[in-house]
Design a protein around this ligand. Structure first.
Ligand code: SF4
Length: 355
């Protein structure tokens, strides 16, 4: 394990990245020596995923192109800090499309919406910008395809989550929500020989597999989606948490309580061996009592969390003696998505008129 790289500026000393695939941190003499000192193991990847980055940029670009106010249906991403920052720039968040004045601009959030929401926006003459994450759109397309072939679709997800509401809205008569393994017994399908499972993108990988096993026991001919619905960002953040959790006394995940992927990371940390794990909105939510008798803190953040909140948590921990930070890397993420087509079109038009 490489030694921590001491960096003079800042209240904490940021260590070099440790590639756990090739350099196991636990069990080495250096790790044993350092385990007595207070330190932070910082997960990578963490924070913003490609879908969140695109959605936030979509609102910022809309404000720049069309001017304030720009309306946003629901929280653009599930993070209070992001929502407040966009409000300060002129975004107005609403719950439903009928709260948006006619002819105004509305952005649909990264979690996706049902077709009825597009129809209502069109009826009201709204300019719509669809910031649905392309990986959520992929699940919508799967629902449409299997519904057209008259399958019963068993959608594994959390009741009431915006993504699930939007996805189910593609084919309400065909979709049955399965909220974890305990929901399997009550599923009622028309033809047990023609069923397929799909899932919300931000679930726990392990719990979803348990649900699929339980479904397969009940429906032996259950078909699987052509590819994983749980997105790369959710899987990578959970995998990084799993690497670190067995080595820490406490795991902190920065994220909002309504962020599904952030909440799942806390569950994954506990299941992977962290004696205690908490979700914190920001550094103010870190309870000093949690740090009593703790030498190693694991730290990560959900896919909708800006890095500034993680930096705040590191500064908070450094002020309490946890100044050594080693970054533990599961994988490098390089994915990015193009901005929504409505924004790209407007940017092209602006460029053309400036020429
Ligand atoms: S968490 Fe996954 S599905 Fe959700 S916005 Fe990010 S990449 Fe897309």
């Amino acid at each position: 394990m490489p030694p921590a790289c001491r960096m003079p500026p800042g209240p904490y000393h940021r260590g070099v990245a440790i590639d756990q695939a090739t350099s196991p941190a636990a069990g080495t003499p250096v790790a044993a020596e350092r385990s007595a000192a207070k330190r932070v193991l910082l997960a990578r990847p963490r924070g913003y995923c490609a879908g969140v980055d695109r959605a936030v940029q979509a609102v910022e670009s809309a404000l720049d192109l069309y001017g304030a106010p720009v309306y946003v249906r629901k929280q653009i991403v599930h993070n209070l800090h992001v929502v407040r920052a966009l409000e300060a720039k002129g975004a107005i968040f609403v719950d439903e499309t009928d709260e948006v004045p006619e002819q105004a601009t509305v952005v649909f959030s990264a979690h996706g919406v049902a077709p009825s929401v597009y129809a209502e926006a069109e009826q009201r003459g709204l300019r719509t910008i669809d910031a649905t994450c392309p990986l959520v759109t992929k699940v919508h397309q799967e629902v449409r395809r299997f519904a057209a072939a008259d399958y019963d679709i068993l959608l594994i997800g959390h009741e009431g989550h915006e993504e699930v509401i939007g996805t189910s809205g593609e084919a309400p008569a065909n979709v049955h929500l399965v909220d974890g393994p305990e929901g399997v017994a009550s599923v009622d399908v028309r033809d047990a020989d023609k069923v397929v499972w799909l899932s919300q993108t931000t679930l726990s990988v392990d719990e979803t597999l348990q649900t699929v096993d339980a479904l397969r026991e009940r429906f032996p001919l259950l078909e699987s989606p052509p590819s994983d619905d749980i997105c790369y960002a959710t899987q990578n953040r959970q995998a990084a948490v799993k690497l670190i959790a067995p080595q820490v006394d406490l795991f902190l995940v920065v994220g909002s309580a309504n962020s599904s992927n952030s909440v799942r990371m806390v569950e994954v940390a506990r299941a992977a061996g962290a004696p205690a794990a908490y979700l914190v909105e920001n550094s103010d939510a870190i309870d000093d009592a949690w740090l009593m008798d703790v030498s190693t803190v694991g730290l990560s953040s959900g896919a909708s969390v800006p890095e500034i909140l993680v930096t705040g948590a590191m500064e908070h921990l450094a002020a309490r003696g946890f100044a050594d930070v080693d970054e533990v890397s599961h994988v490098e993420e390089r994915l990015s998505f193009a901005l929504p087509q409505e924004i790209r079109r407007s940017l092209r038009e602006r460029r053309a008129s400036a020429e």
